[in-house]
Design a protein around this ligand. Structure first.
Ligand code: NAI
Ligand code: MG
Length: 337
């Protein structure tokens, strides 16, 4: 019996998290869920986006399946996702993007994993306005790159490549302009690469990397990069394989691991029952793998791929006017397990 914290989340979160729970239960893996609130749902009930009970639960279970959480833009509370990543030292955000047969994406040979540094860089939360009287005349954000933070995420990327039998790690940076922050990350990457002679090491500047990802995605294998670039590149990679509805991510750290979809709470479709459950279900598969349930994890991934390949019971983001929604696609996946 695995004890897992479950955060349904905001917007489409509860529907796709429920879909994932149904799929896990259908594999026969036994889970004792501890359901907790975060995000807008928690603000309504507890007047805080991240209640102490939720943190306490993750401290206890050390594993969490989390729906997307709405974050106010500009003002309002700080991103709960960023706070969770920093609180539990979830330093590596692992986001695989592998082409699906059956989508309309023109890219057929994508098979890459973005490993995003998840706790520092421009997301360190050191931001302020400079005011002249009441007027904001400037705003500053400070990017923090530490030796320890860079070493652990680059090493994670190489260890991941080794374990997954992948051949190449590409470090993505902007060290030509960001000479200190980008420079230190790159220097550390080059040093650690020497400890893994059997894995090719490649380095690319982020803007050129974006172009190459679109022109020749097949040349990428494992990408390791700083926080902001990783956020952007992993959405780009999601676009290459058919959209945000398909891409899952694992936040892995020293104190816990949190599994989620790469996409957000999709307020534009929140109450329509048409959210694609794939990303969240694949996050559940990554979680089972992490828990040592490799067989069930593999079955889930194969079932999802079979349903998309068959091309029938798909949500409208994959098949326009399909007439099917989250529930039907989930049932089709369960039928394929
Ligand atoms: P979003 O990812 O929620 O939506 C972007 C577009 O993709 C929308 O058109 C949406 O309908 C579509 N989409 C996303 N997931 C889908 C799915 N499963 N099935 C079908 N279509 C899907 O990004 P947006 O709109 O920028 O952010 C909405 C909220 O989510 C914001 O408050 C943001 O801060 C939050 N967010 C939370 C994340 C998390 O909890 N890890 C990650 C990204 C955003
Ligand atoms: Mg993002």
């Amino acid at each position: 019996m695995h004890k897992i914290t479950l955060i349904p989340g905001d917007g489409i979160g509860p529907a796709i998290v429920d879909a994932s729970v149904q799929v896990i239960e259908a594999t026969g893996v036994k889970v004792d869920w501890d359901t907790q609130l975060a995000g807008m749902a928690a603000v309504e009930e507890h007047a805080t986006p991240l209640p102490e009970e939720t943190l306490e639960s993750i401290r206890r279970t050390r594993v969490c399946l989390k729906g997307p959480l709405t974050t106010p833009v500009g003002g309002g509370y700080r991103s709960v996702n960023v706070t969770l990543r920093q609180t539990f030292n979830l330093y590596a955000n692992v986001r695989p993007a592998m082409s699906f047969e059956g989508t309309s994406s023109p890219f057929r040979n994508v098979d890459l994993v973005t490993i995003r540094e998840n706790t520092e860089g421009l997301y360190a939360g050191i931001e302020h306005f400079i005011k002249f009287g009441e007027e904001k005349i400037a705003a500053e954000s400070i990017a923090v790159i530490t030796r320890q933070g860079s070493e652990r995420v680059v090493r994670f990327a190489f260890d991941y490549a080794r374990a997954a039998n992948r051949k190449k790690v590409t470090l993505v940076h902007k060290a030509n302009i960001l000479k200190c922050t980008g420079g230190l990350f790159l220097e550390i990457g080059r040093d650690i690469a020497k400890e893994y002679p059997e894995i090719d090491f490649d380095e690319r500047i982020v803007d050129a990397c974006c172009m190459q990802l679109v022109m020749k995605p097949e040349i990428f294998d494992v990408i390791v990069t700083t926080n902001l670039f990783g956020d952007i590149l992993s959405d780009l990679a999601a676009g290459l394989i058919g959209g945000l509805g398909l891409t899952a991510g694992a936040n892995i750290g020293t104190d816990a691991a949190i599994f989620e979809a790469v996409h957000g709470s999709a307020p534009d479709i929140a109450d329509l029952g048409i959210a694609n459950p794939t990303a969240m279900i694949l996050a559940a598969s990554m979680m089972l793998e992490h828990l040592g349930e490799k067989e069930a994890a593999g079955r889930i991934e194969r079932a999802v791929r079979a349903v998309i390949r068959e091309g029938q019971i798909l949500t409208p983001d994959l098949r326009k006017d399909s007439g099917f929604g989250t529930q039907q696609m989930t049932q089709a996946i369960i039928a394929n397990l």
